[in-house]
Write a protein that binds this ligand. Structure first.
Ligand code: APR
Ligand code: PHB
Length: 396
């Protein structure tokens, strides 16, 4: 198009969520050029509150990207998680059952902030508020990405496109329907989340199965708590005053936690729907899907961000192997490799969700089966070890 500004890069990354930013940083460290196109502003991206439990493999990858300094100082290492049912709390010794592995509690928002700061310090190019992103020719050797910035049409020419643009992004939707298969389960409930500057009720997370529904006690720091309640999928946040939330949460906790709960004004409250989703394959010529663009897990296993990171690990290694080693082996294997780990995390997240939530359609029989499963889980070392090895993260 005459007059259209032309840009060129090796990898065009669509989306500046954790997947896109992590990929950008890992490539930059290997001397590979990438441009990130993000539909929203940086402040908007940083305003989204998401999960906050990192597997050690995710921490290692953030370290490889050179962005782990604040994470090492402020992240909270956790050796265990707790399951609460029948009014009693049971601890799963994650470290003891996995040969010393831990998880690190550190908000996704903070991971994003650290990656953004590293990217701007490196002088790498990111176009925020890039509108109307449109992919062309990813089936050929010369893909193009068209977009508008400040009303001006621009074209980014690249060798590869990384679709890191989340579940509602444009990349997966650009693939012809016959070339992609999707697998989905939508759950008949949501999570109402509340963030508050109050000390967490417990040093470790508590996952609760209660007659009234699931609850989760999590945290961002020793002075900031994150709590969730199972709610109807179409619940309106406006129907939940802070007081109603705290009362409902307290009612779902064991007596000791209920007594220890500190309440305070909400900094944020929001409802998220729960969904399991996988797209196959993850490669279409020179377009690769990663993170939420490729799959969604319900948050019960804390796998969303970790799975995005494991995709990026495989994809970044494959791109480095191509640009710096001249081999396409990693790119050719990406989809199969990433999907093998994705389906295991999908299974774990589905299982945790199924065991801990109220499902109206299964009735009292279903609830009894959940309680039997939980009893078995906390009394069998083999069953506890299975939960633990999945929770801390399966090997790559
Ligand atoms: N053009 C450009 N950018 C887009 C477009 C588009 N058409 N559509 C979406 N985006 C951007 C979004 O604004 C968002 O910033 O892509 C980004 C995708 O980021 P995330 O949704 O955070 O997805 P991802 O990076 O894969 O991270 C996965 O985030 O949602 C959680 O549970 C999930 O923890 C997991 C992690
Ligand atoms: C969170 O802290 O937001 C969180 C923790 C664990 C989960 C989900 C969310 O399983």
């Amino acid at each position: 198009m005459p007059g259209e500004a032309e840009l060129r890069t090796q990898v065009a990354i669509i989306g500046a969520g954790p997947a896109g930013l992590l990929l950008g940083q890992l490539l930059h460290r290997e001397g590979i050029d990438a441009v990130i196109l993000e539909r929203r502003s940086a402040d908007y991206v940083l305003g989204r509150i998401r999960a906050g439990v990192l597997e050690s493999g995710t921490v290692d990858l953030i370290a490889r990207a050179g962005c782990d300094q604040r994470l090492r100082q402020e992240g909270l290492p956790h050796d265990g998680v707790n399951l609460c049912f029948g009014g009693a709390r049971h601890r799963i010794d994650l470290a003891g059952l996995t040969g010393g592995k831990q998880v690190t509690v550190y908000g996704q928002t903070e991971v994003t902030r650290d990656l953004m700061e590293a990217r701007s310090a490196a002088g790498a190019r990111t176009v925020y508020e890039a509108a109307g992103v449109h992919l062309e020719g990813f089936g050929s050797s010369r893909p193009l990405v068209h977009f508008l910035k400040g009303g001006i049409a621009q074209t980014l020419e690249c060798d590869f496109i990384a679709g890191c643009d989340g579940f509602h992004g444009v990349c997966r939707q650009s693939v012809p329907e016959r070339a992609i298969e999707t697998f989905e389960r939508v759950y008949p409930f949501g999570w109402l989340g509340l963030l508050a500057d109050v000390p967490p009720v417990n040093e470790e997370l508590i996952y609760v199965n209660h007659e009234d529904g699931f609850a989760l006690c999590s945290m961002r720091s020793m002075t900031r708590s994150r709590y969730y309640l199972q709610c109807p999928a179409d619940e309106k946040v406006e129907h939940w005053s802070d007081q109603r939330f705290w009362e409902a949460l307290r009612a779902r906790l064991d007596p000791e936690a209920a007594a220890a709960l500190t309440t305070g004004p909400a900094l944020e409250k929001s409802v998220a729907r729960l969904r399991s989703f996988v797209a196959e394959p993850l490669r279409f010529g020179r377009l690769f899907l990663a993170g939420d663009a490729a799959h969604i897990v319900p948050p019960t296993g804390a796998k969303g961000l970790n799975l995005a990171a494991s995709d990026i690990r495989y994809l970044s290694e494959a791109l480095v192997e191509y640009f710096n080693g001249g081999s396409t082996a990693g790119l050719d294997a990406y989809s199969t490799r990433a999907l093998a780990r994705i389906w295991k995390a999908e299974r774990f997240s589905w299982w945790m969700t199924s065991m801990l939530h109220r499902f109206p359609e299964v009735g009292r029989f279903g609830h009894k089966i959940q309680l039997a499963e939980l009893e078995y889980l906390v009394s069998s070392e083999a069953a506890s070890a299975s939960l633990a090895e999945n929770y801390v993260g399966l090997p790559y």
